[in-house]
Design a protein around this ligand. Structure first.
Ligand code: FAD
Length: 504
């Protein structure tokens, strides 16, 4: 087991400004287009074929290419091999074989992660979980079921509906993002204000640690205070501690009666103030999203959508209220009590509701049409949210005069997605400036996407040396050989031995 090199006990939190080493400039992990992966020893490949079957050990470079680039196109590497196990036992056997051989694994689900944590940037083997796609042990009375790691969020939602329930997680990447990936990133999304993030949906997990040990805790007890919450620990661990193979998911009651409203405001502060007021006065508030005039204009230009209002407004909120009874009277009463709302568009009918949602949901795709953006995902305390949003474009321009900043996010959670275009992919000065600014205002450098490889350099902005030391100690205990996602979330520990890598 390796020693833990990250800080000591009882160290004080470091103040961020001016105390960081210079940001890395493409230290090999962004757009490693030239990267090639080592060829693996044929005997090792044979062992892996015995475990998962010949057709699920993929070595064809054309097929492997799609596993080696992330959704945004910003992180691009090369895999030594792609492994596609079909069940938890095969996952355990793959981890064992690779650990023995000193071959690092990158677990991958839907590959929609945005921080470079799920792609092989150092020639690792990709462990794709997508074949683990069954939903079993549906408890219609208790409102829970077991979903394997590769089931998409959309399929979990559909199965929950069929069982008479709903699922508490929804996000724009729902058709591709998987149960395993959303657990590994503790994904948030559009309903966090009502149901919490993914960790709050977990009643138990099954996973294979880096040690090769399998833990399976899928009994589904709502209350179970018997020691460490290993499922909760795996949540947000970004594939660095264990490979999630299945989860017991808590379902939520259906709320079929829905109202969606898009509201226009003259200022960001008016929108933010209203967001917190709606949260307080609408108990059935389901989602509350924020976007700005320039983002809306880009969405309309790239998608052909007509803007929601004839006049433009500085800031917009999208609110969804969902209940088992018609929430419209309550919504009207509350909106009428807020005199500074300048424009309102309301929909109850599903197709029109979906249309209003497109103004918010198409932001990520619209920004991507301008080239791979620098994507930062920060949370601010409620009191600092409006001033952060207003100030951050200027903060960006100070270090990158030609850059454009696009801001949108989950208003009720204080979560802003900061997308910056017009900056070279490997110039991280702008990332650092924004993250330091968020930390200075008491925020976090990752609200929901995680640290991955993209933000590893700045973890100390919002986590103390003692916290990072504790995380590294957990990593050392559960993945002592550093076989799972080395270099993600925490700086590289010991490298896998690589003695099964063929020479030449
Ligand atoms: C259009 C769009 C909208 C998005 N909206 C949101 C949003 O609202 N909220 C939000 O939180 N995120 C959002 N995301 C980010 C992304 O969808 C989430 O991070 C999601 O949880 C990733 O799931 P995935 O299956 O695609 O994981 P991947 O991208 O495949 O992997 C993500 C990380 O999890 C690890 N991992 C994957 N599967 C496993 C497993 N079975 N066991 C252990 N580790 C594993 C990987 O190694 C990697 O570190 C969005 C992304 C896009 C493209």
């Amino acid at each position: 087991m390796h020693s833990v090199p990250y800080g000591g006990r009882n160290e004080k939190r470091r103040y961020p400004t001016g105390m960081l080493p210079p940001p890395p400039r493409n230290n090999g992990w962004i757009d490693a287009t030239e990267a090639s992966a080592p060829a693996l020893d044929p005997r090792l490949l044979e062992k892996l074929r015995d475990v998962v079957g010949v057709e699920h050990v993929i070595g064809d470079p054309d097929v492997m290419a799609s596993y080696a680039v992330d959704w945004s196109g910003r992180f691009r590497g090369a895999a030594s091999v792609v492994l596609r196990p079909g069940n938890g036992l095969e996952v355990a056997a793959v981890v064992d074989v690779c650990r023995e051989a000193g071959v690092a694994l990158v677990p991958q689900g839907g590959n929609t992660g945005l921080v470079g944590g799920g792609v092989p940037l150092h020639g690792e083997a990709v462990l794709s979980l997508r074949r683990l796609s069954r939903i079993t042990d549906v408890d219609q009375v208790g409102g829970q079921f077991t979903a394997e790691a590769g089931v998409s969020v959309a399929d979990v939602q559909t199965a929950a509906h069929a069982a008479g329930w709903d699922y508490g997680i929804d996000l724009g990447s729902r058709d591709s993002a998987t149960v395993g990936g959303t657990i590994a990133t503790n994904a948030g999304g559009l309903q966090v204000l009502r149901y919490g993030a993914t960790r709050a949906q977990l009643l138990g997990v099954e996973a294979v640690f880096g040690t090769g040990a399998t833990v399976s805790h899928l009994g589904g007890l709502t209350k179970d205070n018997t020691g460490y919450d290993l499922g909760g620990l795996l949540c947000g661990s970004e594939g660095t501690l264990g490979v999630v193979t299945a989860a017991r998911l808590r379902l939520v009651p259906q709320t079929p009666e829905r109202v969606v409203a898009v509201l226009g405001f003259a200022s960001t502060s008016a929108a933010v103030e209203t967001a917190f007021l709606l949260r307080q006065s609408l108990p059935d508030l389901h989602s509350l999203e924020l976007f700005l005039e320039e983002g809306l204009a880009l969405v309309c230009a790239t998608s052909g959508l007509t803007p929601p209002f004839a006049d433009g407004h500085r800031a917009y909120l999208l609110a969804e209220v969902a209940s088992q009874r018609d929430p419209m009277p309550e919504v009207v009463e509350v909106l009428e009590s807020v005199p500074w709302i300048d424009a309102v568009a309301v929909a109850t009918e599903p197709a029109r509701r979906a249309q209003l949602w497109r103004y918010r949901e198409l932001h990520t795709e619209a920004v991507n049409t301008l080239g791979a953006p620098h994507k930062l995902d920060v949370t601010l305390p409620a009191t600092a949210l409006a001033s952060f949003i207003d100030a951050v474009p200027g903060v960006v321009r100070e270090v990158a005069p030609g850059a454009t900043t696009w801001l949108f996010g989950h208003a009720a959670d204080g979560n802003v997605h900061v997308n910056i275009t017009g900056v070279e992919p490997d110039d991280l000065t702008v990332d650092e400036r924004v993250l330091v600014f968020a930390a200075e205002l008491g925020g976090s450098i990752s609200a929901e996407h995680g640290i991955g490889r993209a933000k590893i350099h700045w973890l100390s902005l919002t986590r103390s040396p003692a916290e990072i030391h504790a995380m590294a100690a957990i990593k050392a205990a559960l993945d002592p050989d550093g076989v799972l996602n080395p270099g993600v979330l925490l700086p590289l520990g010991p490298r896998p031995r690589g003695d099964q890598v063929a020479a030449g």
